[in-house]
Write a protein that binds this ligand. Structure first.
Ligand SMILES: [Zn+2]
Length: 216
């Protein structure tokens, strides 16, 4: 009866005690047969049960108790696979790429400080909407090559839920002859790039490539 009560007290705190072999706090190991409970064992079990009942940290060095505790902790930890992917919308937007500061002043009379004059690019639609552009290497191509800012463009872009920024996926230009896909090309290496400048491979200047994809 005493043994059963002690067992209940111990397992409430996720402890498991081997009832045949048990190590006391002093390191003395003793054995008791089924149904037997020596005075020394009872004293040790009672001491641990008392500590547990008053909320003190366990003193027992039982490895099985540690395993149970660790397992319980592991179950509460969320793995990175539980992280949700950002929700995105893919869209095609037509217009011209402009400096946001200039467009804010022209459209709304908002004056910004001089140092942000060329800080942010935006796509301005014919209807006057301004879509700020993420400046990764595709977005930066409009900063590096002013020719792109003089074209009527169509951007295939991605917008992330919760952000007003658009991320450029593909750049097209609309001309009288039709729709052209734009990128940069090295004739020597036969490779395409996102930005104007020296070829990634041979370092010779690349050229703006315009490939027609639609008729007018
Ligand atoms: Zn090259």
């Amino acid at each position: 009866m005493l043994e059963k009560e002690s067992h209940v007290l111990l397992t409430v705190n996720h402890w498991t005690v081997n009832h045949s072999n048990w190590r006391s706090h002093s390191g003395t190991c003793f054995v008791a047969g089924p149904g037997q409970l020596s005075f020394k064992r009872f004293t040790a079990v009672f001491a641990v049960a008392l500590l547990v009942s008053v909320g003190l940290p366990p003193l027992c060095d039982c490895s099985r108790a540690g395993e149970v505790g660790n397992k319980s902790t592991r179950e509460k930890v969320q793995t990175p696979t539980n992280v949700e992917k950002p929700k995105t919308t893919t869209l095609s937007l037509r217009g011209r790429v402009v400096w946001m500061a200039e467009a804010l002043e022209r459209r709304f009379g908002i004056q910004t400080v001089p140092e942000v004059a060329e800080q942010m690019l935006a796509l301005e639609t014919p209807g006057g909407e301004l879509h700020p552009i993420v400046e990764d290497v595709r977005g930066r191509s409009f900063r590096k090559d002013q020719r792109l800012r003089k074209l009527d463009v169509e951007l295939l872009a991605r917008r992330y839920e919760g952000s007003p920024m658009i991320r450029v996926i593909r750049i097209y230009a609309w001309k009288e002859e039709g729709k052209f896909e734009l990128d940069y090309w090295c004739d020597i290496c036969a490779i395409s790039m996102y930005e104007t400048g020296p070829c990634d491979c041979c370092q010779e200047p690349n050229r703006l490539r315009q490939r027609q994809v639609e008729s007018p």
